[in-house]
Design a protein around this ligand. Structure first.
Ligand code: AMO
Length: 436
């Protein structure tokens, strides 16, 4: 007999025989009637055993089955007013495929209060909980929505090396590795490569891939390995073109999630708000707004976590938007590859995107003129000619271009109102965690 997934069974199956496979969520033995709640990746369903009709040895086995054991049940679907779903499965045969040891190292019930650290130690058990499982179903869908969006806009998907000779961001954040006796680094951004392949004539590229940051941050938003959604596009007018794409991307992804992840959103009790046009304010304006609420930000300083949270609240109140672009960051604080603003050379054509009070993306227009780039790198104490693989990109016809990097994990975290970014990634890495 073929296996049926639980979500595909309905009252219309009344009196039909089905075979379901999965994990045991619950056992209730009430004398002459016993219940097993079985769960597969799609849903769970109550199965019922009657002493009068089921073989004695099978009936007696049920109370001994441990929670989370893997079983298969063959039985008839029966509509039932008492059952939560309006039907249940009357057990005719039952096999234990793998018994779970007891006690379980973490509580896998819906109401589990196990602390996140312990849950992460046993992530494979933690993810058996439907609400946790739902996060990763949504994440998987978002991955596809993002790809579909870029595809529809003519972006080409690229995969770039994660083992590199060095990047163009601040070197302090790189993990150094021994590469056959030479020093190499884990990439802290595909920045070099995304620019390279725009210049290579692909014009519009994106990559969804791992990014590594050697930051000893112990916060709810920092990981040492995360998934980046990076995009880069050529022949732009200015950084506003990149923001336009991000604006459309966020709208598209959230609309799709709202439409296609209804079951998961319900389970997580999340209401998705699709943004209208995302407001754009300069960092200076943001600073003034935040200062009005009593928080001082020094000139040239970026908003810190508290500042981002505040600006998120202010914009929500003023514009009813969960998102805001903050633009024109000081040159002093930004990497040399960003283009300086033509009117005010003290700022760059850059932006951050804040979602529900947390930065989820940053980007800019890049300097594409080799001579200007050389000057700018000198100002930052870097000699780009020592990074000839980077400098060369700008010598043989580089169009005006710009792009952005989005933290995929942070995007999911904010979308689903998760307290910690670690909830949005299967196996988080942070300064204290290298396992499982
Ligand atoms: P940036 O360093 O701002 O920009 O990174 C882009 C986005 O990545 C996410 N992010 C993180 N997520 C989890 N843990 C971290 N430690 C972490 N650090 C960053 C954030 C952030 O907005 N090359 C540029 C992008 C560009 O200009 O195209 C860059 O890497 O959501």
């Amino acid at each position: 007999m073929e296996r049926t997934f639980i979500e595909d069974i309905s009252e219309k199956f009344n009196n039909q025989k089905v075979l379901v496979k999965g994990w045991v969520s619950e056992i209730r033995a009430l004398g002459k009637v016993q219940f097993i709640v079985i769960r597969d990746k799609t849903d769970n369903v109550q199965c019922v055993a009657h002493k009068d009709t089921l073989k004695e040895d099978l009936f007696n086995k049920i109370p001994k089955i441990s929670i989370e054991s893997v079983i298969e049940i063959e039985g008839q679907v029966k509509t039932s007013k008492q059952a939560k779903k309006g039907f249940e499965i009357a057990i005719e045969n039952l096999k234990v495929l793998a018994e779970a040891q007891t006690p379980l190292p973490i509580d896998t019930s819906e109401k589990s209060k196990t602390l996140i650290d312990k849950r992460l130690d046993y992530r494979f058990l933690d993810i058996r909980r439907p609400q946790v499982n739902a996060i990763f179903r949504i994440r998987s869908k978002v991955f596809n929505f993002v790809s579909n969006f870029f595809d529809s806009k003519g972006f080409i998907s690229i995969n770039t090396p994660k083992i590199t000779a060095g990047g163009v961001e601040s070197g302090a954040e790189q993990f150094s590795i021994d590469y056959f006796g030479k020093e190499a680094f884990l990439t802290q951004s595909p920045q070099v490569y995304k620019q390279m392949f725009v210049v290579a004539g692909l014009e519009r590229v994106y990559e969804i891939g791992e990014v590594f940051r050697a930051e000893k941050s112990h916060t709810t938003r920092h990981l040492t390995e995360f998934t980046g959604i990076d995009l880069e596009m050529g022949f732009i007018k200015d950084e506003n073109d990149v923001m336009d794409v991000l604006d459309e991307l966020m709208k598209y992804v959230l609309e799709e999630v709202k439409e296609k992840c209804k079951k998961e959103l319900e389970l997580l009790n999340i209401k998705i708000e699709v943004p209208k046009k995302i407001p754009r304010i300069t960092l200076e304006e943001a600073r003034k707004l935040v200062e009005k609420k009593g928080k001082k930000i020094m000139e040239n300083d970026d908003l810190d976590a508290e500042g981002e949270k505040l600006i998120g609240e202010i914009i929500k109140e003023k514009h009813d938007s969960d998102f805001v672009f903050i633009t024109l960051y000081p040159w002093e604080k930004k990497p040399f590859y960003q283009m300086k603003d033509s009117k005010n050379k003290k700022v760059t054509k850059s932006f951050d995107l804040v979602y529900k009070g947390v930065e989820i993306s940053s980007g800019s227009q890049r300097e594409h003129n080799y001579n200007v780039l050389k000057e700018q790198s000198k100002e930052k104490g870097i000699d780009i000619d020592k990074m000839s693989f980077y400098a060369d990109i700008f010598k043989f016809g580089a169009p005006p271009h710009g792009g952005a990097g989005i933290g995929f994990d942070r995007l999911i975290q904010r979308m689903l109102n998760l307290e910690n970014v670690r909830e949005a990634i299967l196996l988080p890495r942070d300064p204290e965690r290298l396992t499982p």
